[in-house]
Design a binder for this molecule. Structure first.
Ligand code: NAD
Length: 353
């Protein structure tokens, strides 16, 4: 039987990752972009990643790298790209006007059954999809990268520019560069996908998207309604906010703050969430509340307003982080590769458990 086809709009970091995840699930993937060069380098990058994953035994799915690669094709014609697709995943830059334009174009050419899904990190479905003829078929499927949040477009462009600059690296910095095994885009190993509906999204669109994500090995969660930052970034920002305050008030150093998460809280959060943690840390949730309600409220009442994320505290944290990991593209990239290796190892461990 001919495999179902999905179309990925935009072949950057996230588009490539989706292409790999769908191909691993046995789907035919059409990768669309406005720039032919971007598509060519996306395919090369995907090939390299898949080969390395296969060699290290981490390739997802039951097909070989060659079989998965054969499922992926590239296209610069939007109409041809979406023809025959049952699911379209949009992965263009985080820019409301651009995304609205693309969904407007799609709205004119798709039928009544295909699902139109966006990877947006923080644009609300009500901003993206309102007024579309096919709004019932529209949804956000936000993959977790663990490294990004709601970035503004200007910041995104700055990052791209900085990354393309070559620097001379001093010897003492070179020593800090670790040799990585392979670079794999994190969504390949961080399976969470937040499914966020528009108020008019049909329940069948939510259910089908959820089932599809499960089928390709992702870990979908359903939001019953949209909220700024969705859930992952709301949790992430809550942690960042308190971390910022604690360092800013001189309670702890930036590097020790990070250890509290990586060698403390974070160890269990990779396996069980905060609510189950409460449940297990007492004789169930009610018992936890009975025991810790007062203490939690006492501490939470000492939390302050939303930090500015600028000025002296920013400088202090930046200095500490830069001493540990110099802000030099090659050093940062090596550290990112190391992070991805850790994620790979963790994903493997989680599978064994
Ligand atoms: P990116 O800049 O790496 O890639 C964007 C791609 O879109 C580029 O290949 C570009 O050529 C293409 N593009 C631009 N205009 C287009 C158009 N009109 N039609 C088709 N393609 C077009 O961006 P990214 O990091 O892959 O992010 C894509 C989306 O995923 C964003 O909405 C982002 O918020 C979201 N997201 C990103 C991350 C992250 O950490 N990078 C995490 C989760 C979600």
């Amino acid at each position: 039987m001919e495999p179902s086809q999905v179309t990925i709009i935009g072949s950057g970091l996230i588009g490539r990752s989706w292409a790999m995840v769908f191909a691993a699930g046995g789907f035919k993937v059409k990768l669309y972009d406005i720039a032919q060069q971007q598509l060519t380098s996306a395919l090369e990058n995907i090939r390299k990643q898949m080969k390395e994953l296969e060699e290290s035994g981490f390739l997802k799915g039951t097909l070989s790298a060659e079989q998965q690669l054969a499922l992926i094709s590239i296209c610069t014609d939007l109409k041809a790209a979406v023809e025959g697709a049952t699911f379209i995943q949009e992965c263009t830059p985080e820019n409301l006007e651009l995304k609205k334009k693309i969904f407007g174009q799609l709205d004119l050419i798709v039928g009544n059954t295909v699902i139109l899904s966006s990877s947006t990190s923080c644009l609300l479905p009500s901003k993206l999809f309102t007024g579309l003829k096919h709004v019932k078929q529209c949804i956000v499927s936000h993959p977790d990268m663990g490294n990004g949040g709601c970035r503004r477009q200007a910041a995104l462009e700055d990052t791209v520019k900085t990354r393309s600059v070559e620097f001379d690296i001093p010897e003492k910095v070179k020593a800090k560069v670790v040799k990585p095994l392979a670079q794999v885009n994190p969504p390949y190993f961080v399976p969470l996908v937040e499914i966020v509906p528009h108020p008019e999204t049909d329940p069948s669109t939510i259910e089908s998207t959820y089932a599809l994500m499960k089928k390709i090995g992702q870990s979908p969660v359903k939001l019953n309604r949209e909220t700024e930052g969705f859930v992952l970034n709301r949790l992430q920002y809550a942690v960042i906010s308190e971390a910022w305050r604690l360092v800013g008030e001189g309670v702890i150093s930036p590097t020790d703050l990070d250890l509290v998460m990586s060698d403390g809280l974070g160890m269990r959060y990779a396996f069980i969430g905060p609510l189950e943690t409460m449940h297990l840390n007492a004789e169930g949730i009610s018992n936890y509340c009975e025991r810790y309600r007062e203490g939690m409220r006492l501490v939470l009442n000492t939390f302050g307003p939303v930090p500015e994320f600028s000025g002296e505290i920013e400088q202090k944290i930046n200095q500490a982080m830069s001493e540990k990991i110099p802000v030099v593209p090659k050093v940062l990239d090596a550290r990112r590769k190391r992070r991805d290796e850790y994620l790979t190892g963790l994903a493997k461990l989680k599978k064994q458990m």
